[in-house]
Design a binder for this molecule. Structure first.
Ligand code: TRP
Ligand code: SF4
Length: 431
């Protein structure tokens, strides 16, 4: 799957089976966001690291990156809403403007990304992110992340990138470099600059899964040690540790059980679940990264207003958060519904909310009250709710939402400018 071109992914079940994405059970999540409760966020990897951290009040982070081509729309809002929710659950939030990726994979000049990135960040803040408690950056301007990308790229090779992304002999080095830079985005929250290793979750669409599988692997390759549990034993292997570092770790582990040292690995006879953590701490003391493999969640894509793909490159397929509210309402009125050919038929057979772009807007974004959304679904399905009125209501709803959002954007813009002034300087020399 090529995350830069992949279309709508229909078969989520297959994805789960083939790539080992786990089902997300909303009941395991404390105080779940409505996107989680409604199983729009349907799958995950290692989310238990995060739920544990939330429950135990331990540090964790959530991060995402935005490629600022076009306008921020309701698809992006899904990711933004989740970041904001994680912030409210006590997480450190990281938001990157992926200007290097935009330059290399979408041909967008850095200078334009600087400007249009602000547009995305403004909506993120207007939707509720507190920028003072978040780390917001542009890839190209952040020495720390670029440095980490260099280290990550030292653990990747061409044949692997080729098989993951379909790169070929014509692919530019800069485009390939989007892979290590995104890995670095995701690992960055775990570096010493931000307090060291901690669980990090990336809320994403399934198109991002190739990146996530890669970064999980790379996070392991960048460690000094790996730990593996077998029956009654842990095997601790050195990846890059020196003999001295191995010996010292063995000394520390002695008190937890019988240890044996083989060439480049230690075996310890114990079931003590602390062993991986003790190993990580030893690694950190020895200037290693000690990364946790990043966690991720996957959400369903929104379909376009006209059916098919919702994309900034398909006109009228999406509503931007910056759209003129009346024009957005007009788009809603023209959207594809799950209604029947005739009124009579609809009253008899009922509508098909699961095929309806209007219903999707209500379900994903506009109706937060569970009872109300349930009733909407039922009434539609039973032919009591009719499309004309439903569209009008939704159009009004969207119009009001955008008016309020755009009002909030004014303040958010000031907050953002202040934040960027403190943390970033605009790069005048950019092309
Ligand atoms: N590749 C992502 C996209 O196409 C953008 C991105 C860059 C990103 N860095 C990231 C997403 C880190 C998640 C985490 O949208
Ligand atoms: Fe969609 Fe509303 Fe028509 Fe049902 S009644 S199909 S939800 S527009």
């Amino acid at each position: 799957m090529d995350p830069w071109t992949s279309d709508k992914i229909d078969d989520y079940g297959k994805l789960k089976k083939e790539f080992g994405i786990q089902d997300l059970n909303p009941e395991t999540i404390p105080n779940p966001h409505h996107l989680i409760k409604r199983q729009i966020v349907f799958g995950h990897r290692d989310l238990n690291y995060i739920t544990q951290a939330i429950k135990q009040n331990k540090p964790f982070a959530a991060m995402s990156g935005f490629v600022p081509t076009g306008q921020p729309h309701f698809g992006h809002k899904m990711v933004m809403d989740q970041l904001i929710w994680y912030q409210q659950q006590g997480g450190q939030i990281f938001a990157a403007i992926a200007d290097m990726e935009a330059r290399a994979a979408r041909d967008l000049p850095l200078k334009q990304s600087y400007k249009s990135g602000k547009n995305y960040l403004t909506s993120l803040i207007a939707l509720g992110l507190d920028p003072e408690k978040a780390y917001i950056y542009y890839q190209s301007q952040d020495y720390g992340v670029r440095n980490l990308a260099f280290e990550a790229s030292n653990k990747m090779n061409y044949s692997e990138l080729k098989s993951i992304y379909g790169f070929n002999n014509q692919t530019t080095l800069a485009h390939m470099y989007a892979a290590p830079i995104q890995s670095a985005d995701i690992l960055y929250p775990q570096t010493q600059k931000f307090g060291g290793p901690k669980p990090v979750v990336v809320p994403a669409g399934t198109d991002q899964d190739p990146h996530l599988r890669l970064v999980r692997d790379v996070s392991k390759r960048m460690r000094l040690f790996s730990t593996e549990k077998t029956n009654n034993h842990y095997k601790i292997r050195s990846r890059h540790a020196t003999q001295k570092q191995i010996n010292q770790l063995k000394q520390k582990l002695n008190k937890y059980g019988e240890t044996k040292t083989y060439e480049e690995h230690i075996e310890i006879k114990t079931n003590n679940p602390e062993i991986p953590e003790i190993t990580r701490q030893h690694e950190i003391q020895n200037n290693g990264y000690g990364f946790y493999p990043p966690s991720s969640t996957y959400h369903r894509f929104m379909t376009g207003l006209k059916g098919g793909k919702m994309s900034s490159s398909v006109e009228d397929s999406y509503i931007a958060l910056t759209d003129n509210p009346q024009e957005a309402a007009d788009k809603v009125m023209k959207a594809k519904t799950g209604g029947r050919e005739t009124l009579k038929q609809q009253k008899k057979q009922g509508g098909e909310p699961e095929k309806c772009a209007i219903y999707e807007l209500l379900y994903f974004h506009l109706i937060k009250n569970d009872k109300q959304i349930e009733e909407t679904y039922k009434n539609c399905q039973q032919g009591e709710r009719l499309c004309g009125k439903c569209k009008k209501e939704t159009a009004q709803h969207i119009k009001q939402f955008l008016k309020t959002h755009q009002e909030k954007r004014k303040q958010a813009k000031e907050k953002l400018e202040k934040h960027l002034k403190q943390n970033h300087k605009p790069q005048e020399e950019y092309k």
